[in-house]
Design a protein around this ligand. Structure first.
Ligand SMILES: [Zn+2]
Length: 419
């Protein structure tokens, strides 16, 4: 009940604060720049329709070659008040040759159909099976429209109480049940006590492939150092905490931001940790900071979010405007606590060797990669690759080890705090 009230309050606040609430709402219209009056522009092309799906959650990404405007409509689902069909009209858009209907059949959506409804309108129809909620929101550079669909069963219950789920990912559940059963027997704890609330962690090394991330003056690329740290973190989490770890990438490949969160939701992760290296125009700036998802409180943070999102400051303000609505499922308090623990232990760890390391603390920002995550999720800016001294450190294996250890210790403190 409490949760319902909180949700309603958030929606109310969102309705009061958001200047154009329809942009990410259910029925309504939206534009990538918040302006629907674009006159002389050429058509966008819908190049691909991708999806990631679980029994709790489905994300569909409509990939476009430029920003466009859209409208969302619902058609009734018989006796219930829920929609039987949701359709999205992409204005001034043509269908690319590679776009095909997709069959989903995950219990939430039967599938998604796509067609050139009018010469300048592409219509995407979602055939609904049984859903609780959905959100439509834009991401930019490249332009894509993301549709997040959530199911009836709360994600928490489906993850922690696998026996009650209807038709979930069986292999992972069996694995977890076995693991849980053994641990519980050993410690002779009553069944109700959840000794391992955190069983699976997704580690997300930022950028990759054609996206180098920030680049230092000596050519160090963020994508390489955060991959090295991420892989070390994976090994530590497995060894030290005995958790299952899923990497969004374990090689130098490009993974779109919306796919990273989708992976975390798809594998039923209990925590999501995105690892990055910072950059600033002023090369003297150095230090560590950790973020969770929320509105940017300063221009500096908004600029960093634009950089990490691979987009402009203007597009970040579009995301800011719709963020309240998108955050309905975000574990805000848990994410803040996870960020706090990780920032504290990471700074302490580095400070042991480099006494002068700056602690910029925990901050909030609108990072694409955290949008839609159903578990506590943070983004760690491990050091400034733009600072020559930290650039040199970031390349060294001992520093990477230290960083991975600091993050791992923070996650351990967070888990211990749950007990
Ligand atoms: Zn980054």
């Amino acid at each position: 009940m409490n949760r319902i009230i909180t949700l309603c309050t958030i929606m109310l606040i969102a309705a009061l604060l958001v200047p154009f609430p329809v942009i990410a709402a259910k029925k309504g219209a939206g534009a990538f720049n918040g302006d629907t009056s674009s006159g002389r522009r050429t058509s966008a092309v819908l190049g691909e329709m991708k999806h990631w799906s679980t029994p709790d959650y489905t994300r569909i990404s409509l990939e476009l070659d430029r920003d466009t405007t859209w409208e969302v409509h619902e058609l009734g689902g018989g006796s219930s008040r829920k929609p039987g069909r949701i359709y999205i009209d992409l204005k001034r858009t043509r269908m690319g040759s590679g776009v095909k209907d997709i069959t989903i059949g995950d219990g939430l959506l039967k599938g998604a159909r796509v067609g050139q409804y009018r010469p300048d309108v592409v219509r995407v129809v979602l055939d609904v099976e049984n859903i609780k909620d959905y959100k439509v929101f834009p991401l930019s550079d490249p332009a894509r429209l993301v549709i997040d669909v959530r199911g009836e069963r709360p994600a928490e219950i489906s993850r922690l109480e696998p026996t009650i789920s209807a038709s979930p990912d069986k292999s992972s559940i069996i694995k977890r049940e076995e693991k849980g059963a053994v641990a519980e027997k050993k410690l002779k704890l009553p069944r109700k006590v959840n000794i391992s609330k955190i069983r699976r962690i997704v580690v997300d090394p930022g950028h990759g492939g054609h996206d180098p991330g920030a680049v230092g003056q000596n050519g160090t690329q963020e994508k390489d150092v955060v991959l090295a740290i991420g892989l070390k973190l994976r090994d530590l989490l497995k060894e030290e905490l005995g958790v299952d770890v899923v990497m969004t990438r374990s090689a130098d490949v490009f993974i779109p931001l919306e796919e990273r969160t989708a992976i975390a939701n798809k594998v039923g992760a209990d925590l999501f940790v995105s690892v990055h290296a910072n950059a600033a125009a002023n090369r003297a700036v150095s230090g560590i900071e950790t973020y969770y998802l929320n509105l940017a409180k300063t221009d500096k943070v908004a600029r960093l979010a634009a950089k990490e999102n691979g987009t402009s400051l203007e597009k970040v303000s579009v995301l800011q405007a719709i963020l309240f609505d998108l955050m309905a499922n975000y574990k805000l308090n848990d994410s803040a606590r996870l960020a706090d623990e990780v920032q504290k232990t990471l700074h302490r760890k580095i400070k042991d060797t480099y006494a002068d390391v700056k602690n910029h603390g925990v901050k909030q920002g609108p990072f694409y990669v955290l949008v839609g995550a159903s578990m506590p999720s943070i983004l760690v800016e491990t050091a400034f690759v733009s600072n020559p001294q930290e650039e040199a450190r970031l390349k060294e294996a001992p520093y990477q080890d230290m960083t991975a250890e600091g993050i791992c210790e923070g996650i351990r403190s967070y888990i211990n705090g749950l007990k």
